[in-house]
Design a binder for this molecule. Sequence first.
Ligand code: HEM
Length: 477
Amino acid sequence: SNNGSFNHLPPGPPSLPFIGHLHLLVSDNSVPHLFLYKLSQKYGPLMFLRFGFRPTLVVSSAKMAEEVMKTHDLDFCSRPNLCAAGKFSYNASDLSYSPYNDYWREMRKICVVHLFSRVKTYRPTREDEVSRLIEKICQLSVDSKPINLSEAVMCLSNSIICRIGFRKRYDDEGAEKSRFSRLLKESEALFSNLSFSDYFPFMGWVDRFTGFLSRLEKAFKEVDTFIQELIDEHLDPNKLKSEQEDIVDVLLRIKTNLDLPFDLTIDHIKAILMDVFIAGTDTSAATVIWVMNFLMKNPKCLKKTQAEVRDLIREKGFVSEDEVQNLTYLKAVIKETFRLQATVPLLVPRETLRKCSIGGYEVPTKTLVFVNAWAIGRDPEAWENPEEFCPERFIGSSIDYKGLNFELIPFGAGRRVCPGMRMGIAVVELALANLLYKFDWEMLPEMNKEDIDFDVVPGLTTHKKNDLILTAKKIHD
Ligand code: HEM
C-alpha cells in the first residue's frame, strides 16, 4: 500500500499492486475533479494516490493550497513530463508544460513583458468582435429563433484569438475557420489526455499498440503545418506589414532583436503560439457560458445583473471596457461562478521538484500534483453556505481571483499563476456585460429553469456538456 520507503505519506485509500489506484478512476463514472472531491471528503485535503507508477498528491482545501502554492511554491512549481502535452508543446518548450528551469523563467519574463501585458492594445479588437456577436444575436432575436449561445461565444473567442494572434478574421462559414476550430478542438482533447505511458513509463509500446501515438502524431503534424503557414506568411517580404503588431509579429521581432541567453528557435515560437491558442481560447468562452448558465438558473441574480448594467449605461447601445469596470455586481457573479464551477477545475498539473514536507507529511520527488479548485470552492472552512449561488458574498469583500486568496484560485497562484488572466477576464466581462445589457434571455418554450444542468465534458477546461440554447429579446436599439 502507501507506505513504501516513506513513513509519512499523506493518507489515501488502499491501493492494489502494480495499478495502484487506477481501478478507482475506472470504476467511478464521474469526471476526475468530482471523483477526487468525493475521495477527499473521506481522506482529507491532502491525499496521496498512485496511478500506475505515478505518485500523485491531491490538494482539496484553501489552507493546503496556500501551503503548496505559497509556502512551498518553489518545491511545487514544476510541471510533469506527459506524453501528449510533451508532443504538443514542442518538447515542453512552451510556458505551460516547461519544467521549472532557466528556460522557463526567461520565456515567462519575455511573454509577460511583450505579450500578456498588451491587454489594452487589443481592446478595439475585443470591442469590435463583441459588437459583431451582438449584431448576430440581434438578427436571430427578430423571430425569437433559438440561439446556441455556447457556439456563438466559442466563435467570439476564436475570432478574438485569431485577430490578436495572427491578424486574421475568418468569415463565419469559411474553410480556414473550420480548419482552425477543428485543429483547436482536437489539440485540446489530446493535450490534456493522460496516456498509458504516463502511468507506466516503461510500457510506451501500449500507446503505440492502441493507436494513441499515431493519432497524436497525425494531429500534431496538422497543427504544426498550420502554425508554420502562419509564420511563413509573416516572414514573407511581399506581404504588407500592418501598423498594429500581432502576437506572431511580436515573437518574430523578439527573435531578431532581443539578446537572449538562449537561441529562440521557430519551434520555441510555435510552442508559445500553441499555448496562446489552447490556453487562451476556450477558457474564456467556457467561463462566459457557465456564468450565463448560473444566471438562467437563478433569475433573481439575472435581474439584478441586468438592472446594474442598464442603470449604468442607459441609452448608449454598447458597454465599453471602461464602463465594465464599474459593474460591481457582475464582477461578483463572475467570482461566484469561478468558485462553484472553476473553468479549469484541476488547474494544470504540477510536479514536485524535490522531496518535501507539507502539512506534517512527506511528499516524494517527481510527484504529480493536482490542486482541485472545484473542491476548494466547496471547502466548508473557507466558505459559508458553500452550496449556494450567492454573488452577494463578494460585495464589500476583498476576496479576488488573482492568486492571493487561496479559497478562490481559478487562475492558480504562485510562480505558475496564469499569465493570461487579464486577457481572459477582459473578454469574459465585456461579452457578458453586452449580452446582458442588450437582451432579455429566456429558456426555450418547452423548457424551464429546472432543466438547466451543470453536466460537463471531461478535459482540462470543463465545457458544458449540453449547449446552452436560449431565446433573446432585444431591449435597446
Ligand atoms: C478565463 C480564462 C482563463 C482561465 C480560467 C485560466 C486558467 C489557468 C490556470 C488554472 C492555469 C494554471 C495555473 C497554475 O498552475 O497555478 C493557467 C496557466 C496558463 N494560462 Fe491561463 N487561464 C485563462 C486564460 C488564459 C489566456 C487568455 C491565456 C493566453 C492568452 C492563458 C495562458 C496561460 C498560460 C501560458 C499558462 C501556463 C503558465 C505557466 O505554467 O507558466 N490563459 N491558466
